[in-house]
Design a protein around this ligand. Structure first.
Ligand SMILES: Nc1nc2c(ncn2[C@@H]2O[C@H](COP(=O)(O)OP(=O)(O)O)[C@@H](O)[C@H]2O)c(=O)[nH]1
Ligand SMILES: [Mg+2]
Length: 313
């Protein structure tokens, strides 16, 4: 199969018929073999009934329905697990992403050798204050910390090589960071394509400004897990030792000065408390590192490495 189109959705009943008809027009024109995997994330409207209705006329439409709402990441992850196509394309259900982009996204993966291509909503039709500006900030932070030069990390329209989606796991609210997850998994060729963005025709947006706070926290965790997930002691041990040594150094200095230079009491000096604090924090960090190592050692993923090729085996 050429293409799997994975569509996470939540309360989008009005858009689905138009969206699937449009996708069908595009893929039929290019004679791709395809499937459309709709992941209904516990919608409260009739999205699931609509999906079943659409399926009657197009057996390429498939559906997964969650028992309750788990979030966009969970939906994408589940869609990725079931996808059969050589190229996987994700797309929002609200028709803000245009299916006309499918052929170009497909070609960049299949013929130009990209591991993943992210859409870039260069001209964006969303609320400036609650979306466009926070999104600029957020993208700058993600670019800076990950070193991946994308303008629009969180664009719903993306295409992937099959091997990539089968070897990553998206959870929590991590769908914003799939490019970073992919990079940590060793997929280097990450491209970008300017895509057409359209105003929302039906329904309402599900992502407001409050999700951006979580977005930044998630960025912190993902960078940390990617870098130190398999070796926590290298982070905690280093900083624990540094903090402890600083504390110990100050403490020794205070002790020496107490006996040989001035005779101010040790505990009267503010630095004393700083020294104690640094030593306690250092010990705590070190212990956190030990516990992290114990957990990592028991993790089923501890020896999960992605083998690119083998020879002679
Ligand atoms: N599976 C799932 N999809 C969601 C959820 N929230 C939003 N979506 C879908 O994600 C896509 C983008 O959401 P949207 O509200 O349009 O966000 P915006 O384009 O940033 O305003 C749409 O297809 C939504 O249906 C959710 O909780 N679970
Ligand atoms: Mg939208």
């Amino acid at each position: 199969m050429d293409i799997s189109i994975v569509i996470p959705l939540y309360n989008e009943e009005e858009s689905l018929p138009e969206l699937t008809a449009w996708i069908k027009r595009v893929v039929d024109a290019h004679e791709y073999s395809y499937e459309i995997i709709m992941v209904d994330d516990g919608s409260q409207d009739d999205s699931w009934e609509v999906i079943n209705e659409l399926r009657k006329n197009n057996e390429h439409i498939k559906g997964i329905k969650f028992q309750r709402n788990y979030g966009k990441s969970a939906a994408l992850n589940e869609g990725f697990r079931s996808a059969l196509g050589d190229v996987i394309i994700t797309m929002d259900a609200d028709m803000q992403d245009s299916p006309d982009e499918i052929p170009a996204l497909y070609n960049m993966i299949q013929n130009e050798g990209y591991d993943m291509v992210s859409g870039w909503k260069k001209k964006r039709y969303d609320n400036k204050l609650t979306k466009n500006i926070p999104s600029k900030l957020f993208n700058a932070a993600a670019r800076k910390s990950s070193g991946i030069k994308l303008h629009d990390f969180n664009c719903g329209l993306k295409s992937y090589k099959k091997k990539l989606v089968k070897s990553i796991e998206v959870y929590g609210e991590m769908h914003r960071y799939i490019p970073i997850i992919a990079k940590w998994a060793g997929f280097k060729k990450i491209g970008e394509k300017v895509v057409e963005h359209r105003p929302r025709k039906y329904g309402v947006t599900k992502f407001g400004w409050e999700r951006f706070v979580n977005g930044f926290l998630d960025l912190g965790s993902i960078m940390f897990v990617g870098k130190f997930g398999k070796r926590p002691m290298h982070f905690f041990g280093l900083w624990g030792t540094v903090a402890f040594m600083i504390g110990l150094g100050i403490f020794l200095w205070l002790t020496i000065t107490k006996f040989f230079f001035d005779h101010t009491g040790l505990t009267q000096r503010p630095l004393f408390f700083f020294a104690i604090l640094a030593m306690i924090m250092g010990t705590q960090l070190f212990l956190a590192g030990f516990i992290g190592e114990l957990i990592a050692r028991n993790s089923p993923d501890r020896n999960n490495y992605l083998v690119e090729t083998k020879t002679g085996l």
